[in-house]
Design a protein around this ligand. Structure first.
Ligand SMILES: C[S@@+](CC[C@H](N)C(=O)[O-])C[C@H]1O[C@@H](n2cnc3c(N)ncnc32)[C@H](O)[C@@H]1O
Length: 362
């Protein structure tokens, strides 16, 4: 046994740990760094794999939005009660489960993001958990080999999607985090007086539907792949908007856009480099009538203080692809691009980790 006391330990210094070492230089940096390093190694592992296990066990379904006895949950999930209890305690620590008078329930946060994906379809993590789980096994465990060049990335579902099933997969993912982009548009998009909007790469139509509900004069032509058009029609019909939202099969990269009063690129341009973004915005300019308006809604991918992990999951997969156009463009470039094309009145609103640029064709 050592007889050392705290006083015997070397005093904490604010200089590098050994002369010449280039690690964090002061205590504040060291503490911030240690929190970040712990998050990288421990938090990432526990957060994701606990959610994956709960999903694999059917625990989110079994718990639903009710309060349950441990033994009933163990029976429903085919688990050992004593082990399940420890797992539930882990889930409690990370904000997913909560004990209520000796029973167990999910937190409101977990109910929103991990249960009933159809009901929460514009703000749910369920499709992402399934997607990332399969990527973990097929791709992430082999990432070093991908970087070595001895393995490539193979998409689980073909992209671009080729048939209805492929489109269901991608559109389910796209619509799962569209709540806040819609909110930004509804709060700041100057759509009053616009009767004809072109929604380029408009997904399954949830954004256009929300805009039509907010702006009664609005009608939308929604551009998507041929194989997605049927899904869009079904979705807008289910919201009673078939008369106001018309899907159009058109290649948004290659073909010119029909003439219109406004063009929207919602989560289309963010990964494209300056040259590609300019090409797409020029197509919008050519389609717009004088006085027409362009809307660019992007997620922010270039904040040096807040890496965008959603985008990084795409970017990291692109390491294993032969060709990819993904970049980390700074959204501030849009002002220069838009003005260079001839747009005026450029404005920008930022909220909810997204930005909305708007400009007018003179
Ligand atoms: C990233 S999603 C964005 C969807 C929607 N705007 C949103 O923010 O949720 C891209 C959309 O573009 C569509 N798309 C992909 N390639 C396309 C192409 N060449 N022409 C037209 N649409 C395309 C996809 O099917 C999908 O709906």
């Amino acid at each position: 046994m050592s007889n050392l006391t705290v006083q015997d330990l070397p005093a904490v210094t604010t200089t590098p740990c050994t002369p010449g070492c280039r690690c964090s230089a002061n205590e504040d940096e060291l503490f911030a760094g240690s929190e970040r390093a712990y998050d990288i190694v421990f938090k990432g592992t526990i957060d994701f794999f606990a959610v994956k296990a709960a999903t694999d066990l059917g625990l989110f379904e079994a718990m639903g939005d009710g309060v349950h006895e441990l033994n009933a949950l163990a029976e429903a999930t085919g688990t050992v009660p004593a082990r399940l209890e420890k797992f539930l305690i882990t889930l409690k620590e990370i904000g997913i489960a909560r004990p209520i008078e000796g029973k167990w329930a999910l937190t409101p946060f977990a109910i929103q993001f991990f249960t009933d994906p159809e009901h929460h379809r514009n703000l749910t993590m369920v499709p992402f958990v399934d997607y990332i789980s399969s990527l973990v096994q097929t791709f992430y465990v082999n990432l070093a080999d991908v970087v070595r060049g001895t393995m490539d990335f193979t998409s689980l579902v073909p992209y671009p999607p080729r048939n209805r099933e492929d489109n269901v997969f991608y559109e389910t993912i796209h619509r799962s985090n569209v709540h806040f982009p819609i909110r930004l548009l509804r709060e700041h998009a100057k759509m009053q007086g616009i009767t004809r909007l072109l929604d380029v790469g408009g997904g399954i139509g949830d954004i256009s539907s929300a805009l039509c509900e907010a702006f009664p004069e609005l009608n939308v032509t929604l551009i998507n792949l041929d194989s997605a058009v049927e899904l869009v029609s079904e979705n807008v019909a289910s919201r009673g908007l078939s008369e106001r939202i018309t899907p159009l099969a058109l290649d948004m990269y290659k073909e010119p856009y029909p003439q219109t009063q406004a063009v929207m690129f919602a989560r289309i341009l963010y990964p494209m480099n300056e040259q590609f973004s300019t090409m797409m915005l020029k197509k919008a300019f050519d389609a717009l009538e004088p006085g027409g308006r362009v809307f660019i809604l992007d997620m922010v991918i270039s904040d040096p203080h807040k890496p965008n992990y959603d985008y990084l999951t795409h970017y990291i997969c692109s390491i294993g692809m032969g060709f990819s156009v993904l970049e980390f463009k700074d959204h501030e470039l849009y002002t220069k691009i838009l003005e260079g094309i001839g747009f005026t009145d450029v404005t920008m609103n930022a909220a909810y980790d997204h930005v909305l640029y708007q400009a007018v064709k003179p």
